[in-house]
Design a binder for this molecule. Structure first.
Ligand SMILES: Nc1ncnc2c1ncn2[C@@H]1O[C@H](COP(=O)(O)OP(=O)(O)OP(=O)(O)O)[C@@H](O)[C@H]1O
Ligand SMILES: [Mg+2]
Length: 295
């Protein structure tokens, strides 16, 4: 039989033992069981607070290569990790190709999985559109390196519901580091009032920053760089890349401009852009523009 005094001493010894001898376990977030050394019985379960989650993304000054050959050198090395970046341009200017190539580069060269959220086309149509590029999207989806999420107008609320619902779960399940939203214009237009659109957009940005991914979001913009007007979206995002398909005589010239990039010494010229059967790339000297007065 253990005396009451001996019991008290043993209890306090057990507590001291727990605080010194189990630090490693506590640090690792494991529950700590304290034994009474006199009786050998379990004396207490110390409540262990879980360690705060490590941020999922790299430091913001780390660069994430764009995947577009010839472009990173004009962007201080690429997108800043964990940022939200707008890819703007007119119809057919290459926004979706730019974004999918960014995801493919992440998967193939850096082992960074990606998610492509579409508000306009379903997975079957997207796979069909990108077939000529030979990126074998089906295999990447099968290997859980790429996920294409298609949202109908009725489901759109789910993207900004508390914490991000399915999107957040998908990011966690495949450990995605790169995210594409195509298009932000379609996403915001699915909300009725201007206020609801702005709220939805800011909610999406807020979630994307919490998810810790490097995000590209596309938006419909004017085709003409000389009449470009900044939209609300451009003030809210970390970088703005504009794609053009400008008419020059009897043909059109594709080009790209790094319009804004926080924290980066980026190029200020507009460069020719090429899309061939396999990829998009930046090549050649800066494009000279004939400026036109703004309306
Ligand atoms: N395999 C290919 N080779 C060369 N050019 C291509 C190829 N596939 C598509 N294109 C060009 O890219 C354009 C479409 O690019 P993309 O779908 O990325 O444009 P977008 O800006 O997303 O357009 P939208 O606003 O309609 O969504 C086509 O109109 C065509 O000019
Ligand atoms: Mg598109």
């Amino acid at each position: 039989m253990v005396s009451r005094k001996r019991g008290r001493v043993a209890k306090s010894f057990a507590r001291r033992k727990a605080s010194s001898g189990t630090r490693a376990k506590k640090a690792a977030g494991h529950p700590v069981v304290v034994h009474n050394l006199a009786t050998g019985r379990i004396h207490a379960m110390l409540p262990i607070k879980p360690k705060p989650e490590e941020p999922r993304h790299r430091a913001v000054d780390e660069r994430v290569p764009t995947g577009i050959p010839g472009l990173d050198k004009y962007m201080d090395g690429g997108f800043r990790s964990g940022t939200i970046n707008l890819i703007g341009g007119g119809a057919g200017s290459g926004k979706s190709i730019f974004c999918m190539q960014f995801l493919i580069e992440g998967i193939e060269k850096f082992g960074e999985n990606g998610i492509y959220i579409s508000f306009e086309e379903d997975q079957e149509k997207i796979l069909d559109d990108f077939k000529p590029f030979g990126w074998d999207l089906e295999k990447k989806i099968k290997d859980k390196k790429l996920v294409i999420l298609y949202y109908t107008p009725q489901q759109v609320e789910k993207v900004v519901e508390a914490g991000g619902g399915i999107v957040r779960d998908t990011i966690e399940s495949i450990n995605a580091k790169r995210l594409v939203v195509d298009s932000l214009t379609a996403f915001t237009l699915l909300h009725e009032t201007e206020l609801a659109r702005r709220r939805a957009m800011l909610g999406l940005f807020d979630n994307a920053r919490k998810w810790g991914v490097t995000a590209l979001m596309t938006s419909q913009q004017e085709q003409d760089p000389t009449t470009h007007l900044s939209s609300v979206l451009e003030f809210e995002t970390d970088a703005v890349i504009l794609l053009y398909n400008i008419r020059s005589g009897s043909s059109r010239q594709r080009s790209i401009e790094i319009f804004k990039m926080r924290g980066s010494a980026h190029a200020l010229s507009i460069f020719p852009l090429d899309i061939n059967g396999h990829r998009m790339s930046v090549a050649g000297k800066a494009v000279k523009l004939k400026s036109r007065p703004r309306r």
